[in-house]
Design a binder for this molecule. Structure first.
Ligand code: 13P
Length: 253
């Protein structure tokens, strides 16, 4: 059985004190009220990774993820964070290729491929995001766009490396807009992604790959999204910033 996962992407939100409160609140609620088998991963801003990691290691109810890494091992890249740095802080996951990184930081599939490789070389599990913008969906090009994002950034990986990545489908038109993909739209794209993985890497890897949905996922729509056979959980933005709401999503399987 592949893993069910709910990941919180806090993006660029919360002061240190607020982050401390939220992570403790989530941790306590997970200990008291977690009813699902889902693995919970929290991706706070990089400056709070140590805080989150300390709480995760004492409470043990969740794992910690970075939101981004730079595409070089080390060196003169002022302001950037490397995969090795994350690993040295016991962080095992990193979001790579979020649409906000693609849009605001011009991250191309080629750059993302380098980030994926460097993550894997440092034993960090990439949570690789793909997703189409609205005009692409309206033009009926969404499958083509997703296929290209996979081809150019993750389909070079071999069987073993691919067995260690997580895919997140995040239609850009659904992110932060309240316009969630319908369960049918999510299932259709997740099945397409899995078929493509199968073509490249075989049935076993395809069957084991966790594919998350992201884009205005909340406690009201999570169970109808997660009940689809190819939707293995969620990558949650806004709704992960409120502990009670996030726990309801975790319990939506
Ligand atoms: P929202 O849940 O706020 O739409 O964000 C989704 C997202 O981008 C998670 O990475």
């Amino acid at each position: 059985m592949r893993k069910k996962i709910v990941t919180a992407n806090w993006k660029m939100n919360k002061s240190f004190t607020e982050a401390d409160d939220l992570i403790n609140e989530i941790s306590e609620l997970l200990a008291e009220k977690k009813e699902s088998e889902a693995l919970v991963i929290i991706a706070p801003p990089a400056v709070y990774l140590e805080l989150a990691g300390d709480i995760a290691s004492t409470e043990g109810e969740f794992e910690v993820s970075g939101q981004n890494i730079y595409q070089a091992e080390s060196g003169a890249f002022t302001g950037e964070v490397s995969a090795m740095m994350l690993k040295s802080m016991n962080v095992d996951y990193c979001i790579i290729g979020h649409s906000e990184r693609r849009k605001y930081f011009n991250e191309s599939n080629d750059i993302l491929k380098q980030k994926v490789d460097i993550a894997i070389n440092n034993s960090i599990i990439p949570i690789y995001c793909c997703g189409e913008i609205l005009p692409e969906r309206e033009a009926g090009k969404h499958f083509e766009v997703i296929q290209k994002q996979l081809e150019e950034a993750v389909f070079h990986l071999d069987h073993d490396a691919f067995s260690n990545i997580i895919i997140a489908y995040e239609p850009v038109w659904a992110i932060g807009t309240g316009a969630t993909a319908t369960p049918e739209q999510a299932q259709e794209m997740h099945a397409f992604i899995r078929e493509n993985i199968e073509k490249k890497l075989g049935k076993e890897v395809a069957g084991k790959t966790t594919i998350l949905y992201g884009g205005s996922c909340n406690s009201k729509n999570a169970s109808s999204l997660f009940s689809n056979p190819d939707v293995d959980g969620g990558l949650i933005g806004g709704a992960s910033l409120v502990a009670e709401e996030f726990i309801k999503i975790v319990n939506s399987f």
